[in-house]
Write a protein that binds this ligand. Structure first.
Ligand code: ADP
Length: 192
């Protein structure tokens, strides 16, 4: 089964994806994680993406599509969870092509319904908790960058809701419920 978890920054996509990895033998493809790995690798691409990410803007479609293509080639027995990808219509079209080329289907697109102010508060708290625990906060987990990330989401990513609705595989669940309850709703949608 191949699925997309869709939702604004801080909605909890990664948390839910991680649980599916543990319980369903699926492979999580988080372009955010891949880009964070790329930026610390000291490569030319890493330097380019670091600035863009810290501002809260989107990295080019070309870069993220390339990252996804590489991972899809490795295959996954339990299927893939796309987390933070696609984020633009061009990425969504590219994903459809890549899946078709490799003989795969897209089974579900699950949107996490959330409230913006809660999201801003979540990422600001996530940064504070990281610092309190003696870790480094994500450079883009601050209020300014978060507001830019939200705006990028509404301008470029939220049209994907209409896109997948038209394709017939969009399902929405309440993302403001507890982590446990979101897990339960997600499982219900995937097993329906
Ligand atoms: P969040 O969902 O909390 O914003 P992510 O880890 O998914 O965090 O993404 C962090 C940043 O990485 C984004 O703000 C963006 O700069 C970049 N990024 C991640 N995925 C993509 C993508 N599919 N297309 C373009 N940029 C991306």
């Amino acid at each position: 089964m191949n699925i997309i978890i869709l939702g604004p920054p801080g909605a909890g996509k990664g948390t839910q994806a991680q649980h599916l990895v543990e319980t369903r033998n699926m492979v999580q493809l988080s372009t955010g994680d891949m880009l964070r790995a790329a930026r610390t690798s000291g490569t030319e691409m890493g330097k380019i993406v670091a600035d863009v990410m810290d501002r809260g803007e989107l990295v080019t479609d070309e870069i993220v599509i390339g990252l996804i293509r590489e991972q899809l080639e490795k295959g996954s027995e339990g299927g893939f969870i796309f987390d933070g990808f696609p984020r633009t219509l061009a990425q969504a079209d590219a994903l459809a092509e890549l899946l078709e080329e490799s003989g795969n289907t897209l089974d579900s697109v699950v949107a996490l319904d959330v409230d913006d102010e809660v999201l801003v508060q979540r990422v600001v708290n996530r940064a504070k908790e990281a610092v309190a625990a003696g870790n480094e906060a994500r450079a883009d987990d601050n209020e300014d960058s978060m507001r830019t990330r939200l705006m990028e989401y509404y301008k470029k990513t939220s049209p994907l809701m209409g896109y997948y609705h038209a394709k017939g595989n969009l399902k929405s669940i309440d993302g403001l419920a507890s982590i446990e309850d979101v897990r339960t709703s997600l499982a219900a949608v995937l097993d329906a």
